[in-house]
Design a protein around this ligand. Sequence first.
Ligand SMILES: [Fe+2]
Length: 192
Amino acid sequence: MPEIVQTSEYIIQNNIKIGAVDFRDPLIGTGKQALHIDWLPRKKRNDAYQSVLVQIILDDTNKTNGPLRVVPGTHKKLGWPDNYIKDVNKNHKNEKLVFLKKGSIIIINGNLWHGGTGNISGKKRRIILIDIRNRILPQLLNQKKYLSSKVKNSLTDFQKYLLGVREIDTTQKQKSYGSGHAYREKYGKKHN
Ligand SMILES: [Fe+2]
């Protein structure tokens, strides 16, 4: 969708690439995440943003089926969320729950503090997540390696470009590349 591509290019201020497409469906009693960012923290004010998170909402979200929480404006902060707050698992005084109708799309800066909340009611709260990043970065999932040739052949030229699966696109060595390793170093295996 042009709106997603253009908003992502605006945030990242460069050409973009899809890092991965995931699906999330928190079951009853699960889904609570610490406040986190989806990329590494910026160190200096003029460091560029590298990551955008897109969520396509497949079910109406309300207070009890595990809506997204965000802390508006925090994408501008430097460093990790826990450089500013003691317990990233607790509710933040400025956090907002995001209630959306199915079919909505939310596009957020990957450096915005955010997290899923717990699904208490067990009502479906399915989302498709698209990780978008600066085109110069490796992907969260190596699409050239893992997409079947059948799928690759079914794509338009622009879809191939976005997924970085054309001959002329860089072939990355890593199967996966993201901020997960930095989180695991910081928090151990507990991070989900
Ligand atoms: Fe996230």
